[in-house]
Every structure is written in structure tokens, then in C-alpha cells.
Design a binder for this molecule. Structure first.
Ligand code: CO
Length: 497
């Protein structure tokens, strides 16, 4: 089976746009919790930018000096940036999960992490311990009047949007049971036909095994689960993200195999037991959003690994889906230190477009962006619809693999790119597009993101004019501290001050 091929050769340029030491600074724990108005800034915050950017990500990369093995194992910390009347306010708080409180009290690691964090004491201390630590660190959403911290292998934690205080677990009126998974990548349908055109939140969960159950959840604007339906697909599946169209949910079942033995005997985390299978195809799983449609359609394509999708939409019998593809899944080795990663030894994630013909069960694909990229975002009203603009974190250099230091805007119609880079000393994260109120064109708005500035060991909130990246940020707000590299977040036009 052919794999996703690189469009261009690996960079041979020796002078990099970054140093590893600078990059590592963004992986220090932030233990303190802050609450302040941001007064140190360059440029001006647009008066019309009104609302709240919530971010989630690992805030702790160690427990009382005991290092965790991988950032994905770090306790979730919510950052909240509120924009109001040309000013901005920052607040951060840890999600006080049961395990976070226990470990902070004990002053040591008490739980094995999915991505290889082990309890002190070697194999004997870790073998046959299958307790899962819900770290609530992957995404944060505000929906149906509730602020929820999400981690895909367990239930959401609900927080007070004003104080960021942890209120407890959210089970949607008994829809979820204790500890039941609820994905960390919900999609927000701006206009759901099954809800008379009202917005809906579409999410999923997986129960992997010899075959995998995928459950779809749809929530109305009151936060109530109005549709729930489960489907089986053959084989083990490790699915982090999905995409929606008005009629379908689309999943990429990456070619991986799971051998639990090293986990059982205490050698590896469960996530480290997932092995990429380069000779197996990726299976694209298409499930109808209508609960009455029971069938699942599967279309096979080239081997590869996908974490994130940009968007999907329907054109006649075709579903088009844009996704960031890797040639393989980088494996976390038990003996390795993620801080010492050799970026040049890995292949970059690149954006591909897949055309799925549902009638003929065929797929064709084309490369959209060869530059190393991750964390794509689009206009919220274009989710599931044909769209023109996407924004993504990207490497500074055009070729090769490197940490994210830039943001790229891609015009899918003209093929034009715009880039703003924080290199050499700045490091990028997931951008979020916020439309200007009453805007008419798709790129009329702002792109917001946290950028780690290694020169001052602090993070900036960067505001880019989505119409024009080339002119540089319209505002750069300097926080008093750094925010460790995060994962996902969302913007809501509501303020909670
Ligand atoms: Co993700």
C-alpha cells in the first residue's frame, strides 16, 4: 500500500529557524493561577472584538518535580482571555479532576498516563494497574450555557465560566455513565436540518476493541442530547477527530494495531502500545447523521495517519474532506525524552484534500499544502459547508519538519497564501478565527492565538487581521508568564467577567 508521499524533499538547510532549547521552554509547567487585566501590549485591541477565548492544554509537565513522559499526559489547565471594550483580561485555572487533587496532595505521580507516564517504582509498581486518570486537557467548549473541559477517553468536567472553578463531571442528564468517553473534538453545525436550521453540537465517542463502536451524539442549543446512535466498524480504531457535513459524520480509521501486553506488564502506557501498520490502508468511515440510517460506508485509501481534519462538505454524490496527514504515527518510546525530539528525523504533517464518491465507493486525493502544518481552523459558519479560507499553525520553513512557529492563511479558491511567522524565538499554537460582527466576507475577522516567546519566557496573545496576515499582528498582548503549549480551544461571543 502506497503511503502519503512528501511533495518536496526534506530540507537540507542547516541554519534552522529555531533552537531546540528555545522550543523546550514552552514545555515547562505553569503552576501558578493568575487573574489580571493585560496592560502590557503592542498595537491596539479592536473595539469590536468582544467575547472570550478559552484554551485548554497540559499545564503541568511534572508532578512535584517528577516529570511526566509525554505532554498528552499533563493535567488540563484552562486559560481564559476575555476581550471587552478594547481591553483584555487573563485568567487560568487547573481543572480540579479527582486525580489532579490526589496527586497534588500526595506530591507525587499516582497514576499511569496513557502516553507512557509511569508511577515511580518500576514495573512492579505499574504492572496490572489499569486505573485511568481523566486529565481533562484536550479541549474546552462553551455550549448550552455550560463550560466543559474535554478529554476523549472519559467524561467531561464542567467549570464555572466566571471563576473557572471545577463544578464536577457532566453526564448530560444521565446520557453518559460514570467514566464514559465523550470525544474532545466536537463540531459545531451552524444550521442543522434535523433541528429546523438551529445550530447543533455533534460529537462522538469510540469504544475500541476487536471491533470498534462509534457513538454519535448531537446536542441542541440548550445542551440537551437530542440524538444518539451507535455503529460498529471492524477492527481496532484510534480516532481523535472527525468532520461533519449536513448529512454525514466522517472518520479516518488509521491503520494501527494494539498490543496491550507491554501495558499490562507495566512497561508502556496504553497509547504506546499502538503500532502503525504501514502496509494497511486507511479506512474512511462515513456514518449518516440521521439515526434511522443504520449502515456504515467504508472507503479505503492510502496508508497514513490523521489526527485532525480541517473541514468537510458535500457536492452532489461527493463528500470532500480536508485533513492533515502524516506518513506514519510517531511512536513514543519508553526510554526517550520528548524534549529531545529530533524534528528533522520526522516527516511533516501536510494537508490533503480527499474526494469521496459515495455512489462508487471510491476516493481520490490531492495535496493542498506541503508546508508542515497542524491545528487548522475555519470560519464557524462554514463548518460542513463549501469554504474558501483556512488558517493553520505552520512551520517557518517551507519544507521539512519543524515546530510550529507561524500561521498560514490559505485561499483555496485562488491558491494564494499569507504567512506571519514568530520565528526565530516565537512558537505557535492552534489559531482560532473570530468573525467581525456583521461581517459579510468569509475572511473578515481576526485570528487569535497564543504564541510562546522564548526570549522572555512568556506567552503573547496575538491578534492577526484575517484579511491580511502580511502586515503582522494588529495587537500583541504580553502575558506576565508563559502558558505551556496547549491543544485546543474555542471562542464565544459571551463575556464572563
Ligand atoms: Co486534537
Amino acid at each position: 500500500m502506497q503511503s502519503f508521499q512528501l511533495h518536496k524533499g526534506v530540507s537540507t538547510v542547516s541554519d534552522k529557524s529555531y533552537t531546540r532549547e528555545d522550543w523546550q521552554g514552552g514545555y515547562e509547567s505553569l503552576k501558578q493561577e493568575f487573574d489580571y487585566w493585560i496592560d502590557d501590549l503592542e498595537g491596539e485591541i479592536p473595539q469590536e472584538l468582544h467575547g472570550t477565548l478559552f484554551r485548554n492544554g497540559p499545564g503541568l509537565l511534572d508532578v512535584n518535580g517528577q516529570r511526566i513522559h509525554h505532554p498528552f499526559d499533563g493535567d488540563g489547565m484552562i486559560s481564559r482571555i476575555t476581550f471587552s471594550n478594547g481591553r483584555a483580561h487573563f485568567r487560568n485555572r487547573f481543572v480540579r479532576t479527582a486525580a489532579y487533587l490526589e496527586e497534588q496532595k500526595a506530591g507525587k505521580i499516582l497514576y499511569r498516563g496513557v502516553f507512557g507516564t509511569q508511577k515511580p517504582g518500576g514495573l512492579l509498581a505499574n504492572a496490572f494497574d489499569f486505573k485511568l486518570k481523566n486529565i481533562a486537557n484536550t479541549n474546552v467548549i462553551y455550549w448550552g450555557g455550560k463550560l466543559l473541559a474535554l478529554w476523549e477517553a472519559a467524561d467531561p468536567y464542567r467549570l464555572d465560566p466566571y471563576t473557572l472553578e471545577t463544578l464536577g463531571k457532566e453526564h448530560f442528564n444521565g446520557v453518559l455513565s460514570e467514566g464514559e468517553a465523550f470525544g474532545a473534538h466536537p463540531r459545531f453545525d451552524p444550521s442543522s436540518a434535523q433541528d429546523s436550521g438551529a445550530p447543533s453540537l455533534v460529537n462522538f465517542s469510540t469504544k475500541p476493541g476487536l471491533s470498534t463502536t462509534i457513538t454519535i451524539f448531537e446536542l441542541n442549543t440548550e445542551g440537551k442530547v437530542v440524538r444518539q446512535h451507535a455503529h460498529n466498524v471492524p477492527g481496532f480504531a484510534f480516532i481523535h477527530d472527525f468532520a461533519i457535513t449536513p448529512n454525514y459524520c466522517i472518520f479516518f480509521q488509521n491503520p494501527v494495531a494494539f498490543n496491550p501486553i507491554p501495558f499490562v506488564i507495566g512497561m508502556r502506557g496504553a497509547g504506546e502500545c499502538i503500532k502503525f501498520q504501514p502496509h494497511q490502508p486507511t479506512r474512511i468511515v462515513i456514518i449518516s447523521r440521521n439515526p434511522k440510517q443504520k449502515g456504515v460506508q467504508i472507503i479505503e485509501t492510502h496508508s497514513g495517519f490523521v489526527f485532525h481534519h480541517t473541514n468537510a462538505f458535500e457536492v452532489g454524490d461527493e463528500v470532500v474532506i480536508d485533513s492533515i496527514c502524516y506518513e506514519s504515527l510517531p511512536e513514543v518510546e519508553p526510554e526517550s525524552d520528548f524534549r529531545e525530539v529530533d524534528f528533522d528525523a520526522l516527516k511533516p504533517g501536510q494537508m490533503w484534500r480527499f474526494h469521496l464518491n459515495l455512489k462508487q465507493n471510491t476516493v481520490s486525493r490531492e495535496l493542498l499544502e506541503s508546508r508542515c502544518c497542524e491545528f487548522p481552523t475555519i470560519h464557524p459558519q462554514k463548518v460542513g459547508r463549501p469554504y474558501r479560507y483556512l488558517y493553520t499553525g505552520a512551520a517557518h520553513a517551507e519544507t521539512g519538519n519543524a515546530p510550529l512557529q507561524a500561521f498560514v492563511k490559505i485561499d483555496l479558491e485562488s491558491g494564494k497564501r499569507q504567512i506571519w511567522s514568530a520565528a526565530p524565538r516565537g512558537f505557535a499554537s492552534e489559531p482560532v478565527f473570530v468573525p467581525r460582527p456583521n461581517s459579510e466576507s468569509e475572511d473578515d475577522g481576526w485570528v487569535l492565538a497564543l504564541v510562546y516567546d522564548s526570549e522572555y519566557h512568556r506567552s503573547d496573545v496575538v491578534i492577526l487581521d484575517a484579511k491580511d496576515f502580511n502586515k503582522g499582528p494588529i495587537a500583541r498582548l504580553h502575558l506576565k508568564h508563559h502558558v505551556p503549549y496547549g491543544l485546543h480551544g474555542n471562542f464565544t461571543s459571551e463575556c464572563f467577567l
